[in-house]
Ligand binder design. Structure first.
Ligand code: KIV
Ligand code: NA
Length: 261
């Protein structure tokens, strides 16, 4: 049975001790097919693809047009998982109207929900309006990479009690606004546990400890494809090395006359 927003929303309200929600990213048809076939509950076309697939140093340069191309490719590869697409930097910050337009564009190409970063008053109001118009929203607090210039790097957030209280309040506000789940990125496990307890919608952690209702990682990190992985990522395969060796072997065999036989 294909995964729906409703199923994610009710995940922790069923009473039964539900298994954690699994979320993996994708950026093209192949990565989409791979994580869907692997049985991930949610496939996220994360704007991390700016770094993973397009070679930028941050997520900021990604445009809505770039995202549409990648999301359409992923859509063709995902049959079962819930498909969530990140709204790129500057596609939703400028006004509620721009946010509705950008989010609507993603739904038109087959996304089932969108993700926006932040939990301050403006983004909460935007989330409320999107949800009113039938556009499901995944929230994202803690380390929000689109604010890297203000955060001074991809650093752990919520380390002081004041910061922790603010992030908890943001997560609650996003729930109030109608978000169906919220990503907690790179915050202390204890804080993630408190937020997870305080919310009735699922929390999806990345570098946020074991107490979240689900976990997300960037698939290029999981597969060992990315040139660099953050310290909290677990690397389950070494595909970059294997790929280089396979390509090397091809070159050697052509040069030596072994291929084609
Ligand atoms: O862009 C992304 O991959 C993300 C996840 C890491 C949550 O936002
Ligand atoms: Na993202």
């Amino acid at each position: 049975m294909a995964v729906s927003v409703d199923r994610i929303l009710r995940w922790k309200q069923t009473g039964a001790p539900a298994q954690p929600i699994t979320v993996l990213t994708a950026w093209d048809v192949m990565s989409g097919q791979i994580v869907d076939q692997a049985g991930a509950d949610i496939v996220l076309v994360g704007d991390s693809l700016a770094m993973v697939a397009l070679g930028y140093d941050t997520t900021l340069p990604l445009t809505t047009e770039d995202m549409v191309i990648c999301a359409k490719a992923v859509r063709r590869g995902v049959k079962n998982a819930l498909l969530v697409v990140d709204l790129p930097f500057l596609s939703y910050q400028t006004s509620v109207e721009d946010a509705i337009r950008a989010a609507g564009q993603m739904l038109k190409i087959g996304a089932q929900a969108v993700k926006l970063e932040g939990g301050h008053d403006e983004v909460v109001e935007t989330v409320r309006r999107l949800v009113q118009w039938g556009i499901p929203v995944m929230g994202h607090v803690g380390l929000t990479p689109q604010s890297v210039n203000q955060l001074g790097g991809f650093r752990k957030q919520g380390k002081t009690p004041e910061e922790g209280d603010r992030i908890l309040a943001e997560a609650k506000a996003l729930e109030q606004a109608g978000a169906f789940c919220v990503v907690l990125e790179h915050i202390p496990a204890e804080l993630a546990r408190n937020i997870t307890k305080a919310l009735s919608i699922p929390t999806i952690g990345i570098g946020a400890g074991v107490h979240c209702d689900g976990q997300v990682l960037v698939t290029a990190d999981v597969l060992g494809l990315s040139a660099w992985q953050p310290p909290f990522a677990k690397v389950y395969a070494n595909l970059r090395q294997q790929a280089v060796e396979a390509a090397q072997q091809f070159c050697e065999e052509v040069r030596s006359g072994q291929y084609p036989a």
